[in-house]
Design a protein around this ligand. Structure first.
Ligand SMILES: Nc1ncnc2c1ncn2[C@@H]1O[C@H](C[S@+](CC[C@H]([NH3+])C(=O)[O-])CC(=O)[O-])[C@@H](O)[C@H]1O
Ligand SMILES: O=C(O)C(=O)Cc1ccccc1
Length: 246
């Protein structure tokens, strides 16, 4: 259905900053599976975890939904009455394809939760009361100075019994730990068929765009945003997912 990722396979004279454009949208399922260790497990289990926190007759957000992988998992797993998933992304190219994937899912399954898509900047979104917010590898692309305020607004919108599920690439303050997990992540990419050139050019493209935090930085920021508890539920190499409770 989707093509394989060859975006950085040829030597580029100038490696531009990474953007979620049409070329990326076309290969995204292949790119993210081969680049993010644990991605399929995380996506499927956001559906399973989400089912516990989703409250009847409430809204569920998938912020930075890309092609809607998390939206799809939530639609299949959440059983609470009257819930609706709203996938939000600011990439028109991603959303156009996301819409096609959701139609295909509608044709395959019955009893799916309804889902809508919104093209918007999540920093300008007027968040409505909701029981679940999923941010699967999206916060790391938000300007660091704007992350706290976004989390505060999410915390304010969350209903009692709800949750934020936050997945991120992690950075490590211990130099040896950072070095080892980074090398192991590069081994993961090599094992998935990426060349040294592809790895190097992708790194140049994302280093100004994607800025990971440490687990302690996440914990502190989530606490400042008003979350009462943060529970890491998954880590594979330097990629982790947390549940934050209001
Ligand atoms: N300010 C913003 N407003 C809205 N969307 C944004 C913004 N900044 C970035 N995005 C969007 O966030 C997504 C990040 S990818 C998420 C994967 C998905 N969650 C998945 O589970 O497959 C992560 C990755 O590629 O590593 C892209 O689609 C951006 O357009
Ligand atoms: O951390 C990396 O090196 C990545 O490649 C992560 C990633 C995956 C998909 C799109 C952008 C970044």
């Amino acid at each position: 259905m989707s093509e394989s990722d060859r975006i950085f396979a040829q030597p580029l004279e100038h490696v531009a900053d990474f953007t979620f454009n049409e070329d990326v949208a076309r290969v995204f399922p292949d790119m993210i599976k081969r680049s993010v260790p644990g991605y399929p497990t995380i996506v499927e289990n956001i559906g399973v975890l989400g089912a516990r926190f989703a409250q009847p007759h409430s809204l569920i957000y998938d912020l930075g939904c890309s092609l809607g992988a998390v939206t799809q998992a939530l639609r299949r797993h959440v059983r609470a009455d009257g819930c609706r998933v709203l996938g939000v992304d600011n990439s028109a190219a991603m959303l156009a394809r996301c819409r096609e994937y959701l139609s295909a899912q509608d044709a395959m399954y019955q009893e799916l939760l309804p889902a809508d898509l919104l093209e918007a900047d999540i920093l300008r979104l007027d968040l409505q009361p909701c029981s679940l917010v999923a941010m699967n590898f999206t916060l790391q692309f938000i300007e660091p100075g704007k992350r706290l305020e976004l989390l505060q607004r999410i915390r304010q919108a969350l209903l009692p019994g709800g949750a934020l599920i936050l997945s991120e690439k992690l950075r490590f303050s211990d130099a040896a730990e950072q070095e080892l997990l980074n090398e192991l992540h590069l081994d993961f990419k090599r094992a998935n068929g990426y060349s040294e050139l592809e790895i190097a050019q992708k790194r140049t493209a994302i280093e100004n765009v994607m800025r990971p935090d440490t687990l302690d930085e996440h914990r502190e920021r989530l606490a400042r945003a008003g979350f009462s508890r943060v529970v890491p539920w998954f880590q594979c190499l330097n990629f982790a997912s947390l549940v934050a409770l209001p």
